[in-house]
Design a protein around this ligand. Structure first.
Ligand code: ZN
Length: 118
């Protein structure tokens, strides 16, 4: 995404306004399962942080691992942008629904009916 945008030479944006990524990013410590590892000790936080990006696809939760470091910083604005986009589209649909409802309450003019082939 964002490939159609051009930026001045020498600038390299971390993300563009068009990068939308759905999902929930969570950092987790994990246990490797080896009995002699420090992570097997009670109270040990485990290995980490590891970052997981989860999202629902066809009613199933799909998890992707995001490598710790720059990838996390790069993903966060993309996830934020997607949330903003979802919020805005939700608002747009709400307004549109109100307008559709209002339009039903006022009779269609002959000109409008003709334009719509009714
Ligand atoms: Zn371990």
């Amino acid at each position: 995404m964002g490939a159609s945008l051009t930026f001045p030479a020498g600038t390299s944006p971390k993300f563009s306004a068009l990068d939308l990524r759905p999902g929930q990013l969570t950092g987790r410590f994990r246990k490797c399962g080896k009995p002699k590892c420090h992570c097997a000790t009670p109270g040990d936080p485990g290995h980490g942080l590891s970052w997981f990006l989860t999202r629902a696809v066809n009613c199933k939760t799909v998890t992707k691992i995001i490598p710790a470091g720059p990838a996390v910083a790069q993903s966060q604005p993309q996830l934020e942008e997607y949330r903003r986009f979802r919020h805005l589209t939700h608002e747009l649909v709400e307004v549109s629904e109100t307008l559709c409802e209002a339009a039903l309450e006022r009779p269609m003019t002959a000109a409008e009916a003709a334009r719509k082939n009714l």
